[in-house]
Design a protein around this ligand. Structure first.
Ligand code: GRF
Length: 234
């Protein structure tokens, strides 16, 4: 049965779009579907995209009632997997607990570096450049009760170029995010990736460029070279 995804987004929603488009065609559409889009910003582009594609939408509220209302929405839409795609708030512990191993986040840097409270958007890329890092990237990880700390599932390296501005680096990383997140969600929906009893992802991997052949443990030289070439090919 197709896994029902809730996507939580605070802004533009390009990762929501990438995920939606990736899941639009069989056989992937039989594996997972975007069933709900939620945002803490009523004007979020993510909500506009969802409405345009007949995806049910809803608000995310803060405060003590926020967790209960969020859980109610997730349960009433029979959500199996929660995807944080550009969601800036901390997810309430009760929601993390209810969806442990079924709640994921994408972060625009190579965690555990350049993550944590306040590390979002352009700030991440500005910090990477200020630190003189030569490599950044995208990370998909399981969500725990802290910002950007849950078990890492997949990472995709992106070179930092000498003339990079935070905006230029953000655009290079975003393109890779769009390629990385959807196949990871499919792999989690298929239970090919799980959170194990030690709190680690069962495997770490890089999706093959040809997503019909999603490779596991492919962090060899050839896979890294292909990943870097993809990052620089825009
Ligand atoms: C992405 O870079 C994501 O990694 C970060 O916020 C950005 C959201 O972009 N957490 P979008 O809303 O998916 O376009």
């Amino acid at each position: 049965m197709s896994s029902r995804l809730a996507v939580l987004a605070s802004g533009r929603g390009s990762n929501l779009r990438a995920l939606y488009e990736y899941l639009s065609h069989p056989p992937r559409s039989n594996i997972a579907q975007v069933a709900l889009a939620l945002s803490d910003h009523a004007a979020a582009g993510a909500l506009d995209f969802a409405r345009l594609h007949d995806i049910p939408t809803g608000p995310i509220e803060g405060g003590t009632m926020g967790a209960d209302k969020l859980l109610d929405q997730l349960y009433s839409h029979r959500i199996d997997i929660v995807v944080l795609a550009g969601y800036l708030r901390l997810v309430p512990a009760a929601v993390v607990h209810a969806f442990r191993g079924r709640i994921l986040n994408i972060h625009p840097a190579l965690l555990p570096a350049f993550g944590g409270a306040g590390m979002y958007g352009t700030r991440v890329h500005a910090a990477v450049i200020a630190a003189g890092a030569r490599v950044s990237g995208a990370t998909v990880h399981f969500v725990d009760e802290r910002y950007d700390c849950g078990a890492i599932i997949a990472q995709w390296p992106v070179p930092v170029l000498a003339a990079d501005t935070p905006q230029a680096l953000a655009a290079r990383v975003l393109r890779v995010e769009h390629a990385l997140l959807p196949p990871v969600i499919v792999a989690v929906a298929q239970a090919r990736i799980k959170l194990d009893s030690e709190g680690r992802a069962t495997t770490m991997h890089l999706p093959n460029m040809d997503d019909t052949d999603f490779t596991i443990d492919s962090l060899d030289d050839a896979a890294l070279q292909a990943a870097i070439s993809f990052a620089l090919s825009a």
